[in-house]
Design a protein around this ligand. Structure first.
Ligand SMILES: Cc1ncc(COP(=O)(O)O)c(C=O)c1O
Length: 367
């Protein structure tokens, strides 16, 4: 049996409704910040419970523009988590600022108990990452941010519709950055992203920043970027956002099934499942003994498992200039050796989920 990691073939198995809408849309020529973009921004903001949505051209830019609007610039320090996708660091770097890492805990998010010790006079913003669809403990982050008068930009690229006590990711800090990349839970057909915020003035600034700082056709009020959400992609987003609740619930359900099956093996340890958080399982990860062998076994049996990620960011060649020594982030280091990601996406069948359970059981049963 095959258990693919990607769900894109099923996600867009019948694109006819989207094509019909594109056919009607193309003659309008409304390609740049057109009506579909405004519609998507409204729908997305409403879905996550924010006042404003500002469509941009990637999740990376959503982070970058959020940081920029919060005043981050050359020489500033931005604190984020040691275990994240490179884009988080790339966004900080693009502004000439320096990334400061804090180790994660077994939720794959920042260990907020270590956050305060990383703050220096150069710290200009906090950038928690809701990695894998978990949530960073934003109650503690916001308390620390308030005490130190620091803006919080949430990297919610993997966390759409996750929440703590019903308050969704992206709505805790000054703004939240989301990715609509083809491999995200809400995905379109190209790179795209969106920022949400409740702050009117901040939203106005973000709208300027994503469009060259143009207040209108002829007036530039600040130096910005070309980072607009494309109207064509907004049309795709407007279709898929209707399925967002189903997608999320299905992933949560599948993760529950896998938790049940996999935890029967004493060699598998589940990460904590906090009752006050809604985890959306952008990635379904567990800790496994003999991880590399299990990974090879599962792949050999047609289950497309992965490791997110095998090399910690702070030890990557391209980030050497940050000056971190091996061993600086022990939890992140341990995770690189223990974690395994199983497919848990919304299009998996009950048979495929059971097959994952059987395959892992069989691996450990036969030593
Ligand atoms: C945690 C995290 N941050 C930022 C990004 C950047 O998003 P994008 O690929 O849309 O630029 C991604 C996605 O790839 C991500 O997983």
């Amino acid at each position: 049996m095959k258990v693919p990691y990607s769900y894109l073939p099923q996600q867009f198995a019948d694109p006819s409704a989207i094509f019909e809408e594109l056919k009607a849309f193309i003659p309008t020529g409304d390609f740049t910040l057109g009506k579909p973009v405004q519609e998507f921004e409204r729908r997305f903001a409403a879905k996550v419970g924010a006042k404003h949505g500002i469509g941009v051209n990637s999740g990376t830019d959503a982070i970058k523009l959020g940081l920029k609007a919060a005043g981050v610039g050359h020489g500033d320090e931005v604190i984020t988590t040691a275990n994240t996708f490179i884009a988080t660091v790339g966004a900080i770097n693009e502004l000439g600022a320096k990334t400061v890492f804090v180790d994660c805990d077994d939720t794959f998010c920042m260990d907020v108990n270590q956050l305060e010790a990383a703050i220096t006079p150069k710290t200009k913003a906090l950038l928690p990452v809701h990695f894998t669809g978990y949530m960073t403990d934003m109650r503690k982050v916001m308390e620390i941010a308030k005490r130190h008068k620091l803006p919080v930009i949430e990297d919610a690229c993997q966390g759409i519709l996750s929440d703590i006590e019903g308050k969704r990711s992206g709505t805790w800090g000054q703004c939240g950055a989301f990715s609509l990349h083809p491999l995200k839970n809400l995905n379109v057909w190209a790179d795209s992203g969106i920022i949400v915020t409740d702050d009117d003035a901040f939203a106005d600034k973000l709208r300027l920043l994503r469009n060259h700082g143009l207040a209108n056709r002829d007036e530039v009020v600040l130096l910005g970027y070309n980072s607009r959400l494309d109207s064509v992609q907004a049309i795709v987003g407007n279709h898929l956002i209707k399925d967002m609740d189903w997608i999320t619930e299905q992933r949560i359900k599948n993760a529950g099934v896998l938790d049940n099956l996999l935890s029967k093996n004493k060699q598998i340890r589940l990460p904590p499942r906090p009752k006050d958080m809604r985890l959306v399982y952008h990635l379904y990860i567990v800790f496994a003994e003999r991880r590399d062998e299990l990974l090879r076994h599962c792949i050999g049996k047609g289950i497309e498992c992965k490791v997110h990620y095998p090399i910690p960011l702070y030890q990557q060649e391209g980030l050497k200039h940050l000056g971190y020594k091996p061993g600086a982030f022990p939890v992140t280091d341990r995770h690189t050796k223990e974690i395994i990601t199983f497919p848990a996406h919304q299009h998996l069948t009950a048979e495929q989920l059971a097959y994952i359970g059987d395959t892992v059981r069989e691996f450990y049963a036969h030593g």
